[in-house]
Design a protein. Structure first.
Length: 120
């Protein structure tokens, strides 16, 4: 997340860690709540297999935790605490830019005029 950027460049003090970690945990909780709301909205009217659908979608939402732990470990190995925080901030920023590009592409696709079909 971009919220790790201050930890990457700021002073490594207990106060900085406590404030940054609190903000990070709060925003992470808000993101998780939004994700669960999305999953529940998708599964809204499903009568069969709702629990399976929820389990599959919920587990797919945890995949980033796995690969980010690996990437953060690489950042820590090469740059210590600052490398870990910088890796998390950069990859979070890149994934945010990718998400915005995909969303923009989808919105453009919806607003494009569609040709009328000619039926005989």
């Amino acid at each position: 997340m971009l919220l790790n950027y201050p930890l990457g460049i700021g002073p490594l003090t207990p106060f900085t860690f406590a404030v940054a970690n609190s903000v990070y945990a709060f925003t992470g909780g808000m993101a998780n709540a939004a994700y669960v709301a999305l999953v529940l909205e998708v599964l809204d009217k499903r009568k069969r297999g709702a629990s399976t659908g929820y389990a599959l979608m919920s587990s797919s939402g945890n995949v980033p935790s796995v690969y980010m732990t690996w990437f953060d470990g690489i950042g820590y190995r090469h740059g210590g605490v600052r490398g870990l925080m910088a890796t998390d901030a950069v990859l979070g920023g890149l994934s945010g830019l990718i998400l915005l590009a995909v969303a923009r592409h989808l919105v453009k696709g919806e607003s494009a005029p569609r040709a009328k079909s000619i039926t005989a």
